[in-house]
Design a protein around this ligand. Structure first.
Ligand SMILES: Cc1cc2nc3c(=O)[nH]c(=O)nc-3n(C[C@H](O)[C@H](O)[C@H](O)COP(=O)(O)OP(=O)(O)OC[C@H]3O[C@@H](n4cnc5c(N)ncnc54)[C@H](O)[C@@H]3O)c2cc1C
Length: 376
C-alpha cells in the first residue's frame, strides 16, 4: 500500500482534508494537478467572504461556527493570517427574502446581528450608495478569508503533520479493485485503502453517473476596482459585503494589496463544458454591466475594473455541497460541490469528510449527503 488514504485535488477542501487526516494520525497522500495555492480552481482570486449569519439556511450555522474556529486554528498553526475578522454587511430591502431569512436564521441560532438604517449606514459605511428603502444588516462574526494563501497554509500545515503531497500530478483514473483502490497518474499506479475526491469543478469524471450528470462546472467572474481613498476600504473600515439589489447577488471584500478592491456577482456564473479551457477574460458586455453596477452602488470606487478574472466551481442542483460515500464502493468519499459559496465551509466539510473516512460515517452532514434526492 502506498498510503491509507489518497486525496484527489489539494485545493480548498482537499488541503484541509489532508490537514485533518494527518492530524488524526492517518497516513495520507494528496495529488494535485498544479501546486497547492494555485489560482486556477475554486480558490483563485485572493479573497472569499465568510459569513456567520447565513440566509442560505440555519442548519449551516453550527457548521460555520466550527469552520470559523478551524480557520483561526489554521492561522495560528501556520503563522499565516488566513482569516481577517472584519465583520460583514448584507444590504437590501427589508422585505427581500434573503434579508428576512438572514434575520430569521440568526435569531434561530443566536447569532448577534445589527440592523442599520440608511442614515446609520451613511455614517458608518459611506462606501455604499443605498437605494430608497434599503437597509444594512451587520454580522460581527463575518470576515474575509485569504483563499489561495489559506490553501497553501493548509497544505504546508498538513505536511508538517506528516501528510505527503504530490504536486503537478494529475489523477487520470480511480479504480476500486479487490486488494486496494488504484490511482493512475501519468507515471505510475498508486495503491491506497480509501480515496477522498476533492477535485472541485473537475470532479465530474470521478463521480458515479447519478451525480456526474447533475453537477455543473461553472465559470465565475470577478473584477478589481481602484478606490478614490484606499483607507475607506481597509479591513477595519470596510466589512465584507453582500448586496441583494436589483436581481444581483453582489459581493465584495476589503483591499488586500492596498490598491484595489474586489467586487463579484455583477454577472451570473456560466456553465462551462471543460474547466481546463474556458475564457478568463471578460466580454465587453460583462465589463459594461460591471461598470454600471459599480458606478451606481459604490460612492468611491472608480467604476472601470483595473483587473478582471474568472475562476471555477462545481454547482449542485440544490446548491448544497456533496459530502459522503458515493456509488456502491464504501472506499470512495466525495467532498466538493461548493456551488459558489463553499470556501467558508471548507474546514467543516473537510472535518466531516475525515469522519467519513476514519469512522465510516455514512452521511456526516445529512443535507449534503450524496444519497439525498436532487432533481436534474
Ligand atoms: C469567483 C468565486 C468567488 C467565490 N466566492 C466565495 C465566497 O465569497 N465565499 C465562499 O464561501 N465561497 C465562495 N466561492 C466558492 C468557493 O470558492 C468554492 O466552493 C470552493 O473553493 C471549491 O472548493 P473545492 O475544493 O471543491 O475545489 P477547488 O478549490 O477548485 O479544488 C480542486 C482541486 O483539485 C485539483 N484537481 C482537479 N482535478 C484533478 C486531478 N485529476 N488530479 C489532481 N488534482 C486535480 C485542482 O487543481 C484544484 O486544486 C467562490 C467561488 C468562485 C469561483
Amino acid at each position: 500500500m502506498d498510503a491509507d488514504v489518497a486525496v484527489v485535488g489539494v485545493g480548498s477542501i482537499g488541503s484541509l482534508v489532508l490537514w485533518e487526516l494527518a492530524g488524526r494520525g492517518v497516513d495520507v497522500i494528496g495529488f494535485e494537478r498544479h501546486a497547492p495555492g494555485h489560482d486556477r480552481g475554486g480558490a483563485g482570486g485572493e479573497t472569499r467572504l465568510f459569513r456567520l449569519a447565513y440566509s442560505e439556511g440555519a442548519p449551516y450555522i453550527p457548521l460555520l461556527r466550527r469552520a470559523r474556529d478551524l480557520w483561526l486554528q489554521l492561522g495560528e498553526e501556520s503563522g499565516r493570517r488566513v482569516f481577517e475578522p472584519c465583520g460583514g454587511l448584507t444590504i437590501g430591502a427589508p422585505r427581500q427574502q434573503p434579508i428576512l431569512d438572514l434575520q430569521a436564521n440568526a435569531a434561530a441560532e443566536d447569532v448577534p446581528i445589527e440592523v442599520l438604517s440608511a442614515g446609520e449606514m451613511a455614517d458608518r459605511y459611506p462606501q455604499h450608495r443605498l437605494l430608497d428603502g434599503e437597509i444594512g444588516v451587520f454580522d460581527a462574526g463575518a470576515g474575509m478569508l485569504r483563499c489561495d494563501l489559506a490553501v497553501l497554509a493548509a497544505a504546508q500545515a498538513a505536511q508538517a503533520r506528516g501528510a505527503r503531497i504530490v504536486p503537478y500530478s494529475s489523477v487520470e483514473s480511480i479504480t476500486p479493485a479487490r486488494d486496494a483502490v488504484h490511482i493512475e497518474t501519468a507515471d505510475r499506479t498508486w495503491r491506497v485503502r480509501q480515496v477522498v475526491i476533492a477535485a472541485g469543478a473537475w470532479s465530474t469524471q470521478f463521480l458515479p453517473e447519478r451525480w456526474a450528470s447533475r453537477v455543473e462546472p461553472r465559470r465565475v467572474a470577478v473584477g478589481w476596482y481602484a478606490p478614490r481613498d484606499v483607507a475607506q476600504y481597509r479591513p477595519g473600515a470596510y466589512p465584507v459585503v453582500i448586496r441583494v439589489t436589483h436581481d444581483l447577488f453582489l459581493y465584495g471584500t476589503p483591499t488586500v494589496d492596498d490598491a484595489t478592491v474586489k467586487v463579484g456577482g455583477t454577472s451570473q456564473g456560466l456553465a462551462i463544458p471543460d474547466p481546463n479551457s474556458f475564457d478568463r477574460r471578460h466580454s465587453r458586455e460583462e465589463i459594461q454591466v460591471a461598470r454600471d453596477v459599480v458606478a451606481e452602488l459604490f460612492t468611491s470606487l472608480h467604476p472601470e475594473p483595473l483587473r478582471v478574472d474568472a475562476f471555477t466551481d462545481l454547482y449542485t442542483p440544490d446548491q448544497h455541497p456533496v459530502l459522503g460515500h458515493v456509488g456502491d464502493d464504501r472506499r470512495l468519499v466525495v467532498a466538493t460541490g461548493g456551488s459558489g459559496r463553499g470556501f467558508k465551509l471548507a474546514p467543516a466539510i473537510a472535518a466531516a469528510a475525515a469522519d467519513a473516512v476514519v469512522d465510516g460515517t455514512e452521511a456526516p452532514i445529512t443535507f449534503m449527503s450524496p444519497a439525498r434526492r436532487v432533481s436534474a
